[in-house]
Design a protein around this ligand. Structure first.
Ligand SMILES: Nc1nc2c(c(=O)[nH]1)N[C@H]1C(S)=C(S)[C@@H](COP(=O)(O)O)O[C@H]1N2
Ligand SMILES: [Mo]
Length: 335
């Protein structure tokens, strides 16, 4: 029996309990279009999938504000609606953060700016972080009923691209996507884009729960670094794993490249990483991914095709042991 709770932010039913993951069947080879449709886009949740009755939904905003507020869905819809195309990428399992998972897509979000909502609450001078909380409950990694709370430094929370989204790809957010309203943080890993959002708290400190302390902090030489900005990454979409490519005939290697700061260069190797060729890269629109393409011709036999990119700050990608490690595919040409 699926559980329903009348919470202070609405009537919430769990539609599936436990960690949930949905993935396109052929992995990144299925990401053939610029905008990823809902069926092809991955789904991730830690504790449960939830469904909220929209007319009961309430968003409570409190903490370091002069005016605490409670908003309905109609209130969100009355604010100016902004649209942004944005790459949406899961940082991978927080239990194995260095494993590349390549759960990614590119979608068009629409909704109210978080900034407009925060401005209407008159932030106090000590405000430094904005916490958002999801309305689901359940177990993850041996923890029970620890709410899914994430935080944003105030500068990012007030950035114009950050939305309380009500639609994806032109359709109202489905329950699995976090409807009726979810946070969307373009340029940052998907874990920050809290689904089924019910509470916003403005604070002077980072949030103390497991999803901002125990999980989603990378270990660095000098301490830990929150999993926030998306690191440079690219994937080969075509040829796909099962493609038939003729030897000594020109064909195109194509794919997507993205980074929080935007991608300025993509390189492709057809000899297992010994030599790299510069690919053509399209300009970025909004926070979307950028297509790359390069014509090549290969001799008969087996080949390893790889791609790597560099962002606007010349940051590149690690060879291995990182969520954004270089992507390679194996290809055997036919005579
Ligand atoms: N409330 C809530 N929001 C959440 C999560 C969650 O477990 N609970 N998972 C996050 C993670 S890790 C990712 S990658 C994205 C996935 O969003 P999607 O399922 O729409 O692709 O949602 C984020 N928002
Ligand atoms: Mo994720």
């Amino acid at each position: 029996m699926l559980e329903t709770k009348l919470t202070e932010s609405g009537e919430v039913t769990l539609t599936r309990e436990g960690y949930a993951l949905r993935y396109p069947s052929r992995g990144v080879a299925d990401l053939t279009s610029y905008v990823t449709d809902d069926d092809t886009l991955f789904v991730v949740t830690h504790m449960a999938l939830a469904s909220i009755r929209p007319e009961t939904w309430r968003l409570h905003i409190g903490g370091l504000v002069a005016r605490a507020r409670t908003l309905t869905l109609a209130d969100i819809l009355q604010l100016p609606q902004r649209e942004i195309v944005s790459v949406h990428e899961c940082a991978g399992s927080p239990l194995t953060p260095k494993e590349p998972k390549r759960r990614v897509g590119n979608v068009v979000w629409c909704g109210a700016r978080l900034r407009d909502v925060l401005d209407s609450c008159d932030l106090l001078p000590e405000a430094a972080f904005v916490w958002t909380q999801g309305l689901e409950w359940g177990e993850f990694a041996g923890l029970k009923d620890e709410p899914f709370v994430k935080d944003l430094p105030l500068a990012k929370a007030l950035s114009p691209e950050v939305l309380l989204a009500v639609s994806m790809n032109g359709k109202p957010l489905t329950s699995d996507r976090g409807g009726p309203v979810r946070l969307v943080v373009p340029g940052w890993y998907g874990t920050n884009s809290v689904k089924w959002v019910g509470r916003i708290s403005v604070s002077s400190t980072r949030a103390p729960g497991p999803y901002t302390t125990r999980f989603y902090n990378d270990i660095t030489a000098t301490g830990t670094k929150p999993v926030w900005e998306i690191a440079p990454e690219c994937v080969i979409v075509s040829p796909g794993a099962d493609a038939m490519v003729r030897a000594n005939r020109e064909f195109r290697i194509t794919g997507w490249a993205w980074a929080e700061a935007g991608v300025s260069r993509v390189e492709v190797s057809v000899d297992g990483g010994r030599n790299w060729l510069a690919a053509r890269v399209d300009a970025r629109e909004g926070f979307g991914w950028q297509s790359f393409s390069i014509p090549v011709s290969l001799g008969p036999g087996k080949h390893t095709l790889s791609c790597r990119c560099f962002d606007a700050n010349c940051q590149g990608q690690p060879q291995a042991h990182a969520r954004n490690a270089i992507h390679s595919i194996e290809l055997a040409t036919t005579e």
